[in-house]
Design a protein around this ligand. Sequence first.
Ligand code: FHN
Length: 559
Amino acid sequence: MVTSALVTIAMLGSTAPAGSRADTLHEWQHDRFGMFIHWGVYSEAGGTWEGKNVDGAGEWLLTNAQIKPMDYELLAKRFNPTKYDPAAWVKLAKVAGMKYIVITSKHHDGFGLWPSAQTDWNVKRTPINTDLLKPLSEECKKQGIHLGFYHSIMDWHHPDYTPRRSWDPRPPTQKNLDAYVPYMKAELKELLTNYGPVFELWFDGQWEDSWTDARGRDLEKFVRGLQPNMLVNNRISHSGEFGDFKTPEQEIPANGIPGQNWESCMTMNDTWGFSKHDHNWKSAETLITNVIDCASKGGNYLLNVGPTGEGEIPIESQQRLLAVGRWMTKNGEAIYGTEAGPFPKALAWGKVTRKGNTLYACVLDKSVTQLTFPGLHTAIKSSAWLDGGSLTVKDGQIELGQPREEIRVVKVELAGEPKVEVPQVMAAADGSISLEASEAVTRGGLHYEAGDDRKSLGFWTNLDSSAEWTFQELGSGNYRAEVTYACENASAGSTVAVDAGSGRQSFTVSPTDGWGKFTTITLSPFALKAGKNRVHVQALTIPHGAVMNLRSVKLTKID
Ligand code: FHN
């Protein structure tokens, strides 16, 4: 339970160390919105090498241009952030409405933003030759913003990290991660000892087979021993299956990740590290929509800036953050301290967040003039524009008046706990009922993937995940069940149970040559009774880590 004092401090955005990891998590859930900072010697290159633009993310320069590590080291001599102003960076984050900052202590290139005693491949090799993290940590403490570190497990520079990049000419050291991990731990000990309370430790670069869940568990024990109250993301694990929160990247899961803490990280253009030639900036309204979308599904939004080698946040990022901040100043109550809205399926006009019996209707469709809440059975007591202005409620509908120029929020006071009846899936004229992935109510880590080659429930990796539909069938009788799914060959073999009416059928997932290649199987008929029915799908065994991508379950009346 968070003490009232902590909640008060949290409301002010304090860096006060929490009393426990549960308190840190509660504050993290309250904060909802943070700044990601990708900064390193790659920022000096700005997505170019030897005078040419290099495609791909700026921080992947060493790999994208296949640069030998010793040649890449030349960048350190050019990295001289004389314009670095940590006070201004922290102030910008605050003005934008962000409550925490996560900065790259070390990215995949192995370069450290602090003078680690473990190596000289860090700021010690630069003209500025100073700790760049310390003044930021001091400013965060002074201005009441939490500080986190991004730390890459993968290290393209360290001679003992394996696998080596194929173009790295250095002779192998005959060592491997058994020698590299103690080095990484020693660097992490410096970061977790010398910079105050760390809000979240954001691991990355966990995907190569040299990193294992066993190594992740060992590392988790080590870092939690240094800072027990700190949050650690799921990328400490190779499988992504453990850590305090999931980390969807460059996407916001269609249904959130029910039952899990999660934080969507996104760039403002297409690159994390600064790139001179990436001008594909998202609009401020898109960024505001993303903040709302994450909060409406119970998640956090970690929005990235990529400062230049001189230490300046690009003006395009600053302009957008100031616009987001203006919106947050008027509407932050609809984001901070909220939980996911009560509507399991998307609303036509926008997104809803919740605090107890209060709903915050974020009206994304600026042309809409009436708000309806499909399936809401709790009476509306009152409603008003959050940024000022009364509204009238008629037959459960809120009259909004004229279309608007910006996203506004309606604060809706309910007469009690919101009760929402999940809208029914209705049968088609031919008596068939097609239960689509986008219509499912999901539990566990699985969630809807919208891409053309998906349109299915993916990320199905644990036994407590399930998909469920309720529907009003046309009449009792026997229904043929057809299940459409995809499964990459290496993951096939799970046993899946389909419950419908009073029956259960199970099947073994076959390989379909890929997560986007779908097949349809027919199960034995189900006997359904008149009235409301439900179909529930859950894995009984998962021998190879993932179950399937489920696209639909179709029931067709046969007699
Ligand atoms: O490879 C990194 C990438 O450079 C960036 O740091 C993102 C941010 O989450 N993570 C990895 C890509 O998934």
